[in-house]
Structures are given as C-alpha cells and as structure tokens.
Design a protein around this ligand. Structure first.
Ligand code: FAD
Length: 451
C-alpha cells in the first residue's frame, strides 16, 4: 500500500444517492471525497426507466432537470389492466430524465462546493477496527495503484452491488443481506419509434402476470419519437429469463419501437429499507440501503431522500464530534419519516399484488375494487383506505370474488400495522434487535393470512 490520505467524509458511489449526499454536504466546510468506479462521462448511466416524480425535487429543494437533462415532462401515468380493457389515468407531474446528464450536473455542483471527486476509483474493501468503519482501501483503475483513505464517516452509495458493506465482518448489522424474492430483475431498451407517440406526457404501465410475473411492463416516452421500454419480473421465483419475456412480448407492449440505441438490465430491491442506515462510522444510502419503492420500483427520488438524510446526520455528527451509531441515528428517523415507513407498508401491498392472478386484476380494476384515487393515496402515504371497497364488498359478496375483497381488507389492516410499527422505530440503537424481530413476525403473520 503506497500511501494513506485523510478526509472527513468518504462517499463511495456517485449515482443519485451518492451525488445527493455530496450535494447536501457541499459548502459546509467539510473535507469530502466522492469516488466512483466509472469514468466521469458514464457516472449515472445505469439501466433505468428514468422517470422521477417532481414532488421529490420540490421536497428536497433539488434543482429541476433542464435542457438536455430533461427529455419529457410527465403529467401522469396510464395503468392498463392485463386484458387492456380497463385503463386508469393517475395524474401527477414528473420528469423523464436523461439520468446521466442530471446526475453529472449534481456532481459538478457538489464539486464547485468543495467536494473532491475521483472517477475510475473503486473501493476494494472497508477499513474496519474496534467496531468502527474508519475508511476504505481504494484502487485507482487507471494505474491499478492501491491506497488507503481514512475518514471519520464512510457513506456507502454503491447501488445494488452493496460492494462495500457486504465486505464488513460477518454478522455486522450493516451487512444485512437481500432475499432474492425481494428483488425485481429488470431489463429495458431505449430507442426511436416508427411514428409519433400519442400523448408522450403520459407514462404507460401494463400490469400482466403472464408477460411480467411479479412485475410490470413499462413504456415511458422520452419525447415525441423516443421511448424507454422495459419490464421487471420478481426474482427468486424461477420465472425464467427476463430477456425471453422481453423478446416474446415486445410486439404487444411497444410495437412501435424500431431503432434501439441503448439496452441493458439490472436488479432492483423491492422491500422495506435496511433495518438501519447507520452504524459506527458508516452510513448506507440508495439501492444499497434498499430505498426503492416496493410497488413501482422507482428508486431515484428515494435515493435522493436518503442522501439528504445522511448529509443531515453527518453534519450533526461533526457538530457533536462523535461518529458512532447513536449519533448518526438521526438518519434513520429522517429517512423513515420522509419515505421508509411508507415503503415498509408498500412491501405488504407488493407481496399481495404479486400473488394475484391476471383474472383477479382484471376483475379488481374493472369493478373498481380499488380505484385510481386509492392507488394514488397508497403510493403517497402507504395507507390503503377501503371505504369504497368495503361498500363494494357488501354489494359484490354474493356476485363473484368475495375472497379477493376479504383479502384486500386484510392487506389494508396489515399495511396499517406495519406503518405503526415503523412509527415505533427505536429511538436508539439498543432497541433495534427487538424491533427487527417484531417486523419479521408481522411479515410472517401476513404471509400466513394471505394463504
Ligand atoms: C431497469 C430499471 C428500471 C428502473 N426504473 C426506474 C425509474 O423509472 N425511476 C426511478 O426512480 N428508478 C428506477 N429504477 C431504480 C433506480 O435506477 C435506482 O433506484 C437508482 O438509480 C439507485 O441509485 P443509487 O445511487 O443508489 O445507485 P446506482 O445508480 O447504482 O449508483 C451506484 C454507483 O456506485 C458505483 N460503485 C459501485 N460499487 C463501487 C465501488 N466499490 N467503488 C466505487 N464506486 C462504486 C457505481 O459505479 C455507480 O455509479 C430502475 C432500475 C432498473 C434496474
């Protein structure tokens, strides 16, 4: 090892999570280093649908995408039932991004605010001693030089790879693994269309267990003649290859895709957030901390929220002069309040949705067992209000699928229980193991209720 350098904060990974952490730490007088394995011009370039709700930018005070960073302004989503006979329109403003361009702008702004950025630099492993993460061993990918960086706080923002926290000592609380069934295997292509797209300001989502089991197909316009098309399927279920589904059903969901420019896939975590985003000397943000929305798989907005919360906790830790789990704990409170509690209740909803048949979904959407408003409400707050479904239950009980309606009522109850459990998230690290056991027990009870 040739040398050791020292920083206040080392951020590993420059995607949306790492970039927003850096952006929120800029101009605060700290010595911050952000590294990414990729060359500058490829940072932020990862397989994605690139759609982000405007609300995230407003809430966090992040600049809106502009110029070439913005490919299409979004006004809402059209959700298609499996038989395509029912189409719901859910209104909501958003952006279809040129994600690398926006991501790199945020990094440049952080750099202007004093953050040092090194591209082509990989963290090989964390430096760990006396129960604290104290830095990382880095590799300069241009020269293969290995060197150590010491930092009072290390932020892991390595995306789905979890490539640093997975190398913590076995059993470390931040080494929490991911169950394959809590993932979606997603693939997308971006290209030009044979004709102009009708209503490019609407994203399209096709729910179909047949063509994307446990996930959905999407068609996200990037202007009048360019589109991002893809699908996700649930991991760990032996459903087969995502590429095969793509080839088999592309002509159904995007018959107009002609000239493909970009292709690629990746995995998405679809569960509640990691039990704690922090421990001694370390914070985890973004996909690495499972911050993705379990129902729709969008993770860029919540990655930015986790970055914001991490930065807030770090600034507080430097004021106090302590970097242990207890001091950094505020990142958990912040993230769970802003997004994570809702995420946990949506994991319950996701588990329910993945078990429905196409016939159930056709029926539920056509008969409005849940309505667009309920869905919107659930996606904003994580609550499923069933006043309408309750009424429907009485009317329809004798008609067709009472079991579906009864299940839905039970799902709503469990979602409420999960949210209230998250409201009781422990105030200090000491209560964590007990609380984790309660979460596990609630999920087990829900799985039994669903059978
Ligand atoms: C096909 C697909 C479609 C999606 N569609 C949407 C969508 O429409 N909207 C949405 O909001 N979300 C979507 N998502 C999810 C979204 O892409 C992610 O949630 C989000 O990009 C995560 O950001 P991140 O910063 O946590 O991770 P990443 O963007 O993965 O960034 C991690 C960075 O860390 C770097 N890195 C990793 N390991 C190391 C290391 N050891 N040393 C140095 N650098 C390292 C990587 O090079 C990378 O730049 C989709 C995901 C997929 C796969």
């Amino acid at each position: 090892m040739s040398s050791v350098e020292s920083f206040d904060v080392l951020i590993i990974g420059g995607g949306f999570a790492g970039a927003s952490t850096a952006y929120n730490l800029a101009k605060k007088g700290l010595k911050v280093l952000l590294i990414d394995s990729k060359p500058w011009e490829r940072i932020g370039d990862k397989p994605c649908g690139d759609a982000v709700s405007k609300e995230h930018f407003d809430r966090l005070g992040m600049p809106y995408p502009e110029g070439k960073e913005l490919e299409q302004k979004i006004e809402g989503i059209k959700i298609y039932s499996p038989d395509m006979k029912t189409v719901w329109t859910v209104k909501g403003e958003g952006f279809e991004l040129n994600a690398p361009a926006y991501n790199q702008r945020i990094l440049r702004e952080a750099e202007k605010g004093g953050v040092e950025i090194r591209d082509m630099t990989t963290a090989a492993r964390p430096v760990f001693s006396d129960g604290f993460v104290r830095g990382a061993v880095l590799v300069d990918r241009r020269t293969n030089r290995e060197y150590e960086v010491k930092a009072k706080v290390v932020v892991e923002a390595t995306g789905y790879s979890m490539s640093v926290r997975s190398k913590l000592p076995p059993g470390h609380i931040l080494a929490e693994p991911l169950d394959d069934k809590d993932t979606d295997i997603a693939y997308r292509e971006v290209g030009y269309t044979s004709a102009n797209i009708e209503e490019p300001e609407y994203l399209r989502i096709f729910i179909t267990q047949q063509a994307s089991p446990g996930g959905y197909w999407w068609y996200f316009p990037k202007g009048k003649d360019k589109v991002n098309v893809g699908l996700g399927i649930q991991g760990g279920m032996n459903y087969g290859s995502v590429h095969e589904y793509y080839r088999k059903y592309l002509s159904v969901y995007a018959p107009d895709l002609k000239e493909v420019k970009i292709r690629g896939g990746a995995l998405v975590p679809t569960r509640r957030p990691i039990s704690t985003l922090v421990w001694n000397g370390m914070l985890v943000v973004g996909d690495s901390a499972f911050t993705v929305n379990p129902v729709h798989g969008g993770g860029k907005g919540s990655a930015m929220i986790s970055g914001y919360c991490a930065a807030r906790a770090i600034l507080n830790a430097f004021e106090v002069g302590s970097f242990d789990a207890r001091t950094l704990w505020d990142a958990n409170r912040c993230y769970l309040e802003m997004y994570g509690a809702k995420q946990a209740s949506l994991e319950i909803f996701r588990r329910f949705l993945q078990k429905l048949s196409d016939a159930d979904i056709n029926y539920g959407m056509e008969k409005r067992v849940i309505r667009e408003e309920d869905l919107l409400d659930a996606s904003v707050s994580g609550d499923l209000h069933l006043s309408v479904a309750d009424k429907a239950m009485r009317i329809l009980a004798g008609l067709g699928r009472p079991s579906l309606l009864f299940k839905l009522k039970s799902v709503a109850d469990f979602m409420g229980q999960m949210k209230s459990l998250y409201k009781r998230y422990p105030a200090t690290p000491e209560g964590l193991e007990r609380w984790k056991a309660e979460v596990k027990e609630l999920i087990e009870r829900f799985e039994i209720a669903l059978r």
